[in-house]
Design a protein around this ligand. Structure first.
Ligand code: DC
Length: 228
C-alpha cells in the first residue's frame, strides 16, 4: 500500500478537494492538495512574482519546503511546517496561482516537491496534471468534470461556507477564464491521462461520485492482492 497513488484531476470547482479528502479518509492515507502548493507560492511571494525574472523566482522558491501533516480529512499541506487556511482560498489568490502555474520554473520546482512527497507515502492527490505528468505510473487515475455553471455554483457554496463573500456570476467568469488558462497552457495543460477513468459529476452528488471512485479502487486493490 505504501506505493499506492490515486490521482484526481479536473477543472476548478469540480469537487476534487472534498472527494480526495473523503477518499484519503476511507483509505487512511494522506491527501495532497497540489493546488494549495501553487496558492501558497502566490500568497507568500505576491503579485510581484509575475514581474520577476526566472532566476529571481528560482531564488525565491528555494525558501519553500513543502510537507503534508496528518492523514485523510486532517491532511494539511504545509510550507516550512506552517499550515494555511482561508487566506489562500480567495479567488484573487486562485487567479494569481493560475498565472504562476504557466511558468516552467514554478512547475518544475513543484513537480520535484510533489514527487518527493509521493516517494514517502501512499497518497490521494488532486490537481490538473497529477495523472499525466507528476505520477504517470499512479495505480489509479480519475478525471472529473462538470459544466462550468455547476462548478461555479459549487465554488460559491464552498466559499460562503468558509465565510468568504461569493458572487455567482463573477465566479463563473473567473472559472471560465481559469479553465482557458489551465487547458491551453503549454506546460502541463489540463487534460485526462490516457488511462484515467472519466467521470462527469454534473448530475451526481459527492456521495455518489465517492461511491464510484471507491468501487473502482476496491476492484483494483483486490486485483493487486490476487497478483501478489
Ligand atoms: O485547484 P486549485 O483551484 O486550488 O488550483 C489553483 C490554481 O493552481 C489553478 O488555477 C491552476 C493551478 N494548478 C495547476 O496548474 N496544477 C495543479 N496540479 C494544481 C493547480
Amino acid at each position: 500500500m505504501k506505493d499506492f497513488i490515486v490521482t484526481l484531476d479536473g477543472p476548478a470547482g469540480v469537487g476534487k478537494s472534498s472527494l480526495a479528502q473523503a477518499l484519503a479518509q476511507k483509505l487512511n492515507i494522506p491527501y495532497m492538495d497540489s493546488g494549495a502548493m501553487f496558492r501558497i507560492l502566490a500568497y507568500e511571494i505576491g503579485p510581484e512574482s509575475l514581474e520577476m525574472s526566472d532566476s529571481q523566482l528560482e531564488s525565491e522558491l528555494e525558501n519553500f519546503h513543502f510537507s503534508i501533516q496528518g492523514t485523510g480529512q486532517n491532511s494539511q499541506m504545509c510550507n516550512n511546517g506552517r499550515q494555511f487556511g482561508a487566506e489562500i482560498r480567495s479567488e484573487e489568490i486562485a487567479n494569481l496561482a493560475s498565472k504562476l502555474a504557466v511558468k516552467p520554473v514554478v512547475r518544475s520546482f513543484l513537480r520535484n516537491a510533489q514527487r518527493a512527497v509521493g516517494k514517502q507515502t501512499a497518497l490521494v492527490c488532486e490537481g490538473r496534471d497529477m495523472g499525466t505528468v507528476i505520477f504517470p505510473h499512479a495505480g489509479c487515475k480519475f478525471f472529473l468534470d462538470a459544466t462550468p455553471e455547476e462548478r461555479a455554483r459549487r465554488r460559491s457554496r464552498q466559499l460562503e461556507s468558509m465565510g468568504i463573500a461569493a458572487d455567482y456570476s463573477t465566479i463563473l467568469d473567473q472559472i471560465l477564464s481559469r479553465d482557458a488558462k489551465d487547458r491551453n497552457r503549454k506546460e502541463s495543460p489540463l487534460r485526462p491521462a490516457r488511462d484515467a477513468v472519466l467521470i462527469d459529476t454534473t448530475e451526481r452528488t459527492v456521495e455518489e461520485v465517492l461511491e464510484l471512485l471507491s468501487t473502482h479502487i476496491n476492484h483494483l486493490l483486490e486485483r493487486r492482492s490476487h497478483k501478489q
